[in-house]
Design a protein around this ligand. Structure first.
Ligand code: CDP
Ligand code: MG
Length: 137
């Protein structure tokens, strides 16, 4: 039985600065995921705190806020078979230094903070994040 899902993906400001947007989108498309929404945006601190609500108050949050608001990012909704797990697996471990080769982070980054991409981690997160970023979708 197919399990079609939607997930919220961010190509974060470091990836835009490094001109990696095209190759990252191409990897998702090559996997068979469908782009159903896509927009270049720059977010402010208030929006960052909504997106990363579970991280507000952590010791690393000020740095995370500075990073995610530091420049334009690409927000998108991807759809496909088990898309939530598929994209998380493609992105790789949060700490890019230990992310497996073959993942986006493992192939293209080494930082625990500047790790290029975000993806929803559960159906509940996906529903919340898609509604936050793309209320019209
Ligand atoms: O993005 P992911 O779900 O893999 O990781 P997370 O644990 O939910 O953390 C969210 C984001 O916060 C990470 O992707 C990093 O960009 C950042 N972070 C950080 O700056 N410092 C940490 N010690 C942990 C995470
Ligand atoms: Mg997370």
């Amino acid at each position: 039985m197919s399990q079609m899902e939607r997930t919220l993906v961010l190509i974060k400001p470091d990836a835009v600065r490094r001109a990696l947007v095209g190759q990252i989108v191409a990897r998702y498309e090559a996997r068979g995921l469908q782009v159903v929404a896509l927009e270049l945006r720059q977010i402010d601190a208030a929006f960052a705190a909504r997106h990363y609500a579970e991280h507000v108050g952590r010791d690393y949050y000020p740095g995370l806020e500075a990073y995610i608001t530091s420049g334009p990012l690409v927000a998108m909704v991807l759809a496909g078979e088990r898309a939530i797990d598929a994209v998380r697996t493609m992105n790789g471990a949060t700490d890019a230094a230990t992310a497996l080769a073959g993942t986006i982070r493992g192939d293209l980054a080494t930082s625990k903070r500047e790790n290029l991409v975000h993806a929803s981690d559960s159906p509940e997160s996906a529903a919340r994040e898609v509604a936050l970023w793309f209320p019209q979708v």
